[in-house]
Design a protein around this ligand. Structure first.
Ligand SMILES: Nc1ncnc2c1ncn2[C@@H]1O[C@H](COP(=O)(O)OP(=O)(O)OP(=O)(O)O)[C@@H](O)[C@H]1O
Ligand SMILES: [Mg+2]
Length: 376
């Protein structure tokens, strides 16, 4: 079922809007994630799609039908919340079947659907237990099952995995992905966890402060962020942002991040941008992901001097945490920069290294507005 939001605004009372004009088209069968920090308006948006929250202005259309003023029960959506309310005195089987009995589906079909959902979510051995006899992850799967069993047109999920521990979260997230692959029910999923969004989604809408900043598939939002906020919010460890400038106002422009003193070098890269979007001052922000910042042991043109603070092992990869002495002005968002190195590599504290960018793997942003610079 397609979901179309047109300029949807939500204002609670006299406050500033919680959602400021979201326009969005979610395709039939798509797994779409709303991602953003706490308070950015994700839950509010989801609740408006569900019909649990009124819309201040704008329109919501489900499968071609304007439902802006249609009550929740007539929208055929199933919502899974962060805190899953299972009935403690009922077995897993009865919890799963409850919504179906209310809908006057035959006993035989109820039984069949319970078995199918239990198989899908690996709950078969647990059907006769009560919620109190289940682990958190098992309870969460029952809550998912209760939504799935209705075979709704749309799933709306609000941080359904957030009170599971990390390991269970990863397992249940795989379960969820499998579920979606097999049922292909349009799903709108809300999370503040960027890795969850990247793993699960067909497309991601990144929100901040009630606005939708970018919509794209996981690769797009990661490698071509629309602005500095999206660039920083997606990816862990987060992207390195340098203050740089555009040089050579002619046929061969380049971006450069000049070191703080003589002999400290400069990160330099030719750029291929339409000049119309280049900020007049020539000042830009240069974003380089940790895996694209290359560490060399020797100086060369186009390399920037840095000093290793320490190395953070992460298992399959390690990160060198680096400082640019006296380079405060170069790093507008934090003191450190991070560069990926091999998992077996160690570099002693205080080692002087030279930084380089892997090929053309960098992004440029307007230093005032934070918007990505792209070819005109
Ligand atoms: N019922 C309400 N009355 C007044 N303000 C509200 C209400 N619900 C939410 N808000 C405000 O609207 C904004 C968006 O809230 P919302 O719950 O949609 O954020 P969220 O992105 O889901 O955040 P979180 O990740 O913390 O769940 C917040 O500033 C919040 O304080
Ligand atoms: Mg929320």
């Amino acid at each position: 079922m397609t979901i179309v939001l047109t300029d949807v605004v939500k204002t609670y009372g006299a406050q500033t809007p919680a959602v400021r004009g979201i326009t969005l088209e979610i395709q039939d069968g798509e797994f779409f994630t709303l991602l953003g920090p706490s308070g950015c308006g994700k839950t509010t948006t989801l609740r408006m799609i569900a019909g649990l929250e009124s819309v201040t202005s704008g329109a919501i259309v489900l499968r071609g039908r304007d439902v802006t003023d249609v009550p929740a029960r007539d929208r055929d959506v199933a919502m899974v919340f962060q805190s899953y309310a299972l009935y403690p005195h009922m077995t897993v089987r009865d919890n799963l079947g409850l919504n179906l009995q209310v809908r006057r589906i035959s006993k035989k079909e109820v039984r069949e659907r319970i078995e199918q959902v239990a198989r899908m979510l690996q709950l078969e051995g647990l059907l006769d237990r009560k919620p109190g006899q289940l682990s958190g992850g098992q309870r969460q799967r029952v809550a998912l099952g209760r939504a799935v069993i209705r075979r709704p047109n749309v799933f709306l999920m609000d941080e359904p995995l957030s009170n599971l521990d990390l390991k269970l979260r990863e397992e249940t997230r795989t379960e969820l992905k499998k579920l979606h692959e097999s049922l292909r029910i349009t799903t709108v999923y809300v999370t503040h966890d960027q890795s969850e969004a990247l793993v699960l989604s067909d497309r991601i809408g990144v929100m901040n402060d009630g606005e939708l900043l970018q919509v794209g598939n996981p690769h797009e939002v990661y490698s071509r962020p629309a602005d500095v906020f999206v660039a920083r919010f997606i990816g862990s460890p987060s992207i390195n942002i340098f203050a740089g400038s555009i040089r050579g106002n002619g046929a061969k422009p380049a971006v450069e991040v000049v070191g703080p003193g003589d002999g400290t070098g400069a990160l330099t890269r030719p750029i291929d941008l339409g000049w119309t979007v280049t900020p007049p001052s020539g000042q830009v922000l240069l974003g380089v992901r940790p895996e694209d910042l290359v560490i060399h042991r020797s100086a060369a043109p186009d390399r920037l001097r840095a000093v290793v603070e320490f190395v953070q092992p992460m298992g399959s990869v390690s990160y060198a945490v680096l400082r640019i002495p006296d380079g405060d002005g170069l790093l507008p968002d934090r003191e450190h920069i991070m560069a990926a190195i091999g998992p077996d590599e160690t570099i002693p504290h205080g080692t002087v290294v030279w930084l380089d960018i892997r090929g053309d793997r960098f992004c440029l942003f307007n230093s005032q507005s934070g918007m990505a610079l792209t070819k005109a």
